[in-house]
Design a protein around this ligand. Structure first.
Ligand SMILES: [Zn+2]
Ligand SMILES: [Zn+2]
Length: 378
């Protein structure tokens, strides 16, 4: 089963539904119930193909109450695995997993590219399903509810960030849904499994009627772009948004952008994504980022850019196409960021005057770098 740069919806009865997207969503915001409710009306996912691969949930061991797919070593190859989930505590929710997205973090965890892995490792952190049992202290959920679990399943619940509902930034560290230390001393195991038990705080209700298969990717890829878009007010109808990269994060950013009433331009390194961007996702414009002429034509034209690309790429060209005081949000994870600081301070490029060079100015503008054609005369 190919995992790289594709998003799947895994139907735990054995079918894999293949939807195109990708992500390395390590930068997560809080995924509140309200946000999920809001999201539910906005997003529509698009099946691109169906993998007909029939996956038998066979186990390699006769013990254990949970069936899963697990990586056994750094190859990341997944094979059937059986293990025991912990008993449901008074504050826990147990959910039968119906679907689970796959993002690049699952690949990275499985191949020990993010942190030291403890094998067998069960990936999966875009988890949705139905509640099958709740603890005695759980009031918010009942058996049969549609719920989801995202990238983390515990935090200290007592630090500045936890108290501010920013658990992902917990001062004492979150417990990842994959390969983290669970409360029973075992390593957490993710959503490529038949069920999961989590503390109620890290479980989110999904509105009835919202297809579970479509909800799963919101638990990681969706919230990764939605949170900064809301936080940085990228939801103002009529404004313009650039989306860099059209993988799992990017395609959701396009969908959110259109739902917010923005004029959306997709930037990609190749023309192969053009049809998908314009016809399937409804973007307004498509630009090949390596085409200097196309990029120059956009100088100072965009209010917002959300950069979802995880491959190394230049940032200055994107800074130049932002309007003055525009906003660029980085949610991808390139190996480094290189940026001319002047692109953060001052830009007076004027495309009409065909001047794209920087020049030191005279003493009247000491410290500034400006195109001399734009300096006041006299
Ligand atoms: Zn905390
Ligand atoms: Zn993810």
């Amino acid at each position: 089963m190919a995992l790289l740069w594709r998003h799947y919806i895994t139907d735990m009865d054995g079918t894999l539904q293949f939807i195109a997207c990708s992500s390395l969503p390590l930068l997560l915001g809080i995924f509140s119930l309200l946000q999920l409710l809001f999201l539910s009306g906005l997003v529509e996912f698009y099946p691109v193909a169906l993998l007909t691969e029939n996956l038998e949930m066979a186990s390699d061991s006769s013990t254990g109450n949970c069936l899963a797919w697990a990586a056994r070593d750094k190859s990341g190859f997944l094979s059937p695995y059986t293990f025991n989930r912990r008993a449901v505590g008074k504050d826990d929710v147990s959910l039968k997993i119906t679907h689970c997205g796959i993002c690049y973090a699952d690949v990275a965890f499985s191949r020990e590219k993010l942190r030291k892995a403890t094998y067998p490792l069960v990936p999966g952190h875009e988890i949705v399903g139905t509640v099958q049992e709740v603890g005695s202290e759980v009031q918010r959920f009942k058996v049969g509810d549609h719920v989801g679990v995202g990238t983390y399943v515990n935090s200290c619940r007592d630090c500045e960030y936890c108290n501010d509902e920013l658990e992902i930034h917990c001062s004492n560290g979150i417990v990842s849904t994959i390969n983290g230390l669970d409360v029973d001393g075992t390593m957490t195991k993710g959503g490529y499994s038949s069920f999961i038990v989590v503390h109620k705080r890290y479980c989110y209700k999904i509105p009835e009627g919202y297809p579970l298969s479509l909800a799963a990717p919101l638990l990681c890829a969706g919230i990764t772009v939605y949170t900064p878009m809301i936080r940085h007010k990228m939801n103002q109808p009529g404004k313009s948004l650039g989306v860099v990269g059209l993988g799992g994060l990017g395609h959701l950013a396009v969908k959110f952008g259109k739902a917010f009433g923005l004029n959306v331009t997709v930037f990609s390194t190749s023309m192969t994504k053009k049809e998908e961007a314009l016809d399937l996702l409804g973007a307004d414009n498509f630009v090949v980022s390596s085409d200097d002429e196309q990029m120059k034509a956009l100088v100072k034209s965009l209010d917002f850019i959300i950069d979802t690309a995880s491959g190394d790429h230049p940032f200055d060209p994107y800074m130049s196409i932002l309007k003055t005081a525009g906003t660029l949000v980085l949610v991808g994870a390139p190996s480094e960021i290189k940026l001319n600081p002047m692109n953060l301070h001052f830009r007076y490029e004027n495309p009409q005057r065909k001047c794209n060079r920087w020049h030191k100015t005279d003493s009247r503008n000491a410290g500034l770098l400006q195109c001399p054609q734009n300096l006041p005369r006299g």
